[in-house]
Ligand binder design. Structure first.
Ligand code: LIP
Length: 279
């Protein structure tokens, strides 16, 4: 695949049309209360629309790219193929990121899809159809919101930074304790902390300069694949919350407008609970 045999323009064209179709479905369904099932616990939810959107994207892409592979949240949750990333073109999909928001008709949910070729992310799309926010990025070609170029903020000072994060889909007492200890340590040192309820949208907020730092312990590869490319193409950085190199399968992320801010923020995070890797 390193010989440029993947037609990335065609990949972007096809996935963009499928995301439009999926977005229309999500925007229609959110208008009525959605029945849901519980996955790992009573706040880790999935709806029929999550599954329908994931299948719409996978089937649509397989029709055109039969040799491509997929890592999808709902297929993975249903005990599908292990999330092994190879050099083969692989679409990493969260059909509805922010399912809890979707169930409550809280309009901060999105379709998040990224394409990795030779383990490098080439395409990322995060689309919130409720608010008409379509974030797109191609590697080396910049990041865009509804076709307008976006950039991370110029914020260099931690004390003037706005941070966005999530509690995550666990109410395990020890994990909650870790979260609150981190928040207690961070809050006095920054302008504020926000939570949208969707990792992909949180990363998109960093890419458009609306917040300066995003971190989360407990995310999955499908939550962050597209968002990582958006931040990088908008001039930001994505690292591991310990300050080391980002690892998409590690269940942790720290994104910021600059390396200096990311490393300074990483020093404030003192609590990490062990997470089983995605792979
Ligand atoms: C959500 C993530 C969010 C996390 C939530 C949930 P989902 O993804 O985007 O960052 O904190 O617990 O996992 O499950 O709505 O696709």
């Amino acid at each position: 695949m390193g010989d440029g045999s993947v037609d990335l323009n065609k990949c972007f064209e096809v996935v963009s049309q499928l995301v439009d179709k999926a977005g229309a479905l999500v925007a229609k369904r959110i208008q009525t209360r959605q029945e849901f099932e519980e996955k790992a616990n009573d706040i880790d939810l999935v709806t029929a629309t999550d599954r329908e959107v994931e299948q719409l994207l996978i089937r649509g892409l397989l029709d055109v790219f039969p040799d491509h592979k997929f890592i999808g949240e709902e297929e993975s949750a249903a005990g599908g193929q292990p999330n092994k990333l190879t050099d083969v073109p692989t679409w990493i999909i969260d059909p509805i990121d922010g399912t809890m928001n979707f169930v409550h008709s809280f309009p901060h949910s999105c379709i998040s899809i990224g394409l990795k070729v030779n383990k490098v992310t080439e395409i990322g799309i995060v689309f919130n159809p409720m608010l008409g926010q379509r974030f797109t990025a191609r590697r080396g070609q910049g990041a865009y919101l509804n076709g307008r170029r976006i950039h991370v903020s110029a914020q260099k000072e931690l004390s003037k930074s706005l941070v966005i994060t999530e509690f995550g889909a666990s109410r395990d007492v020890e994990k909650m304790k870790n979260h609150f200890e981190n928040y207690q340590n961070i809050l006095p040192k920054v302008h504020g902390i926000r939570m949208l309820g969707a990792a992909a949208l949180n990363l998109s907020m960093v890419a458009m300069g609306a917040v300066d730092i995003n971190f989360e312990i407990g995310i999955h590869a499908w939550d962050v694949c597209a968002g990582e490319l958006l931040v990088l193409e908008a001039g930001g950085v994505v690292i591991d919350p310990t300050g080391d190199k980002f690892d998409i399968m590690s269940r942790r992320v720290l994104a910021a407008s600059s390396e200096e801010l990311a490393q300074e923020f990483a020093k404030q995070l003192t609590q990490f609970y062990p997470q089983p890797r995605d792979d």
